[in-house]
Design a protein around this ligand. Structure first.
Ligand code: FAD
Ligand code: MLT
Ligand code: ZN
Length: 537
């Protein structure tokens, strides 16, 4: 026994050195698990927004030059008549044509792709979106829908000169039913703003991700975003109850059900969830929001091997069961990226692997008892070598930064080759050392593995000082094929976007891709919505 339950009770949740009846080598380790009792609150991360200056945006190579194989579709070119029409619907202020205003909308968050659009439209209502799309369809103008522009697969920015339809001004919260927890809002609401709004009503959003300060709910739905709470609340296919979307021809499809149970015909909402703006523009979302947990605890752990990570995950699932709300992992090269590039401090000594295990529940005493028992077992069986445990909100926030800001830490290296794959648990980490070995003599700076281990979702990231075409080809030729061989998915949560249509076949059958192409043809016959994305030609 590491922690005596009786003794801990007597100390009202404080785990002291004296509570630990373990071998000496574990005492120091156990003492680090200092549980501080305080009232829980939502953890809000810093905004990840990167507003690029025109100069910084223009330093990114144009997509048409970096990827010369992609040919511009047979779409019309924007002319002054088009601009006049857009201004007649939106007014001059919501039609951006000034180069300095437009440029940052052309470049993605990763600075991986850059389009050459000359106009950004900022509608506020569904009716405006409908009029814009009807017109673009008639005029054969291609359109790129954009939310918070935090997408990681190049889907949110134009490839050539597509009209950018930004939803950022569609940010109205329409209704909240505090009994059922159903929130209805426009697509441009920022995830963190929604979460703050809900926390005042004792509710939370069922999803949480590092980009919450910038990403929009419409973008989340359109990418079927996962994040760090999926293990607890499931995917958006479950949480999203209804959607209103506008088809390419301007028709408004009202599927904005707010009911948890609604088996009336085909569930069309699913077509829009994860279709990355290729089938319609999502304008409103109804989403089921769970009650805010009354008690949150976070354990940050150091582990020696990946096998120990898997065993700890299994133990956490069984011991923590219904209170487990996150299970994330980072390897040591990932930790080095955040400590070196962002100057964040690792709370434990250096280990090959780290895990963040969060519990959320309604009874702090009950949760702490469960967590103590779990940690006791994990430590006595030597799975966990070191760690820190807290229920103090500011400390929780601080610890989460180490994981949530990994993407940001990596872009500081220069260029990031990002892979977001789903894998069977036994193969979860296998590719990371293989890729590291393969890239030993190349210009790669870092090879890192981190991700949502509780959901089988690995983020394999390689960095280099600048974009290296040869490195890109070398990693791509290996990772997707290998993922397919082990029966994984080449896109777990980020989507296909511009970067992956050509490799979709590694995870989907020809018959499935064929049916997707037919659906696209039916819903957008001229192919004006987000062309060059998601589906292979
Ligand atoms: P955008 O980037 O603007 O667009 C993404 C795609 O959706 C594009 O194809 C765009 O055309 C389409 N789209 C956007 N809005 C609409 C709309 N209203 N109607 C139709 N199509 C639309 N993703 C995860 O899944 N899990 C994570 O943990 C995670 N963490 C991240 C951390 C950081 C620091 C960053 C930068 C990104 C992270 N992402 C993560 C990726 C990204 O945040 C998500 O994909 C997010 O859902 C994108 O939302 P957005 O509003 O920024 O959409
Ligand atoms: C994450 O889990 O941190 C995000 O998906 C972003 C990334 O993959 O880097
Ligand atoms: Zn992720």
């Amino acid at each position: 026994m590491f922690f005596s339950a009786e003794c801990c009770d007597a100390h009202e949740g404080q785990i002291h050195r004296t509570c630990v009846t373990a071998a000496t080598m574990h005492i120091q380790m156990a003492a680090r698990f200092l549980l501080v009792r305080s009232s829980p609150s939502r953890v809000i991360s810093v905004s990840q927004t990167r507003h690029l200056s025109t100069k910084a945006a223009q330093s990114v190579e144009l997509t048409s030059e970096r990827y010369p194989d992609v040919r511009r579709g047979n779409f019309s070119k924007l002319n002054p008549g088009h601009i006049s029409f857009f201004e007649s619907i939106l007014g001059k202020n919501r039609v951006l044509t000034d180069r300095a205003d437009v440029e940052s909308y052309n470049v993605d968050w990763m600075k991986m792709v850059r389009g050459a659009s000359e106009v950004v439209l900022k509608p506020k209502t569904t009716e405006e979106v409908s009029k814009i799309l009807k017109f673009c369809n008639e005029e054969n103008l291609a359109v790129c829908p954009q939310g918070g522009n935090t997408g990681l697969v190049g889907g949110s920015v134009p490839v050539f000169d597509e009209v950018i339809l930004s939803t950022t001004l569609m940010n109205e919260i329409i209704s909240i039913d505090e009994v059922s927890g159903v929130l209805v809002c426009q697509a441009g609401c920022i995830l963190e703003v929604l979460d703050n709004y809900l926390s005042e009503r004792g509710l939370i959003m069922p999803l949480d991700l590092g980009a919450k300060g910038s990403c929009n709910i419409g973008g989340n739905v359109s990418t079927n975003a996962g994040g760090i709470r999926l293990i607890r609340y499931g995917s958006l296919h479950g949480s999203v109850l209804g959607i209103e979307a506008v088809k390419a021809d301007g028709e408004v499809i009202d599927c904005l059900s707010t009911l948890k149970k609604d088996n009336t015909g085909y569930h069309l909402k699913h077509l829009f969830i994860g279709s990355e703006g290729t089938l319609g523009v999502v304008t409103k979302v109804a989403i089921h929001c769970p009650p805010a947990p009354k008690a949150i605890n976070l354990a940050f752990l150091g582990l020696q091997t990946f096998e120990d990570v898997l065993k700890t995950l299994q133990l956490a699932k069984h011991s923590l069961a219904e209170i487990l709300s996150s299970c994330e992992m980072m390897d040591n090269p990932t930790m080095q990226a955040v400590t070196q590039n962002l100057k964040l401090k690792c709370p434990v000594e250096e280990y090959p692997f780290y895990m963040l295990i969060e519990t959320s529940g309604s009874d702090s005493k009950h949760d702490e008892e469960k967590l103590s028992k779990f940690l006791e077992e994990a430590m006595s069986s030597n799975l966990v070598r070191d760690g820190t445990l807290t229920s103090e909100p500011s400390r929780i926030k601080q610890l989460w930064q180490l994981r949530e800001r990994v993407a940001e830490g990596l872009v500081h290296d220069g260029y990031v080759y990002k892979y977001d794959i789903s894998l069977p648990s036994k193969m979860f980490y296998a590719a990371v050392p293989k890729v590291a070995e393969m890239l030993r003599e190349t210009k790669a700076m870092r090879v890192t593995g981190y991700g949502h281990v509780g959901d089988g979702n690995l983020h394999l990231n390689v960095t280099s000082k600048q974009y290296e075409h040869d490195l890109d080809s070398l990693i791509e030729s290996y990772v997707f094929k290998w993922t397919s061989q082990v029966r994984g998915s080449i896109s777990a949560e980020h989507g296909i976007g511009f970067k992956k249509p050509k490799v979709m076949h590694y995870s989907k059958s020809q018959s499935a891709i064929g049916l997707m192409q037919q659906i696209k043809k039916l819903m957008d016959p001229k192919g004006i919505l987000n062309p060059y994305k998601v589906l292979p030609e």
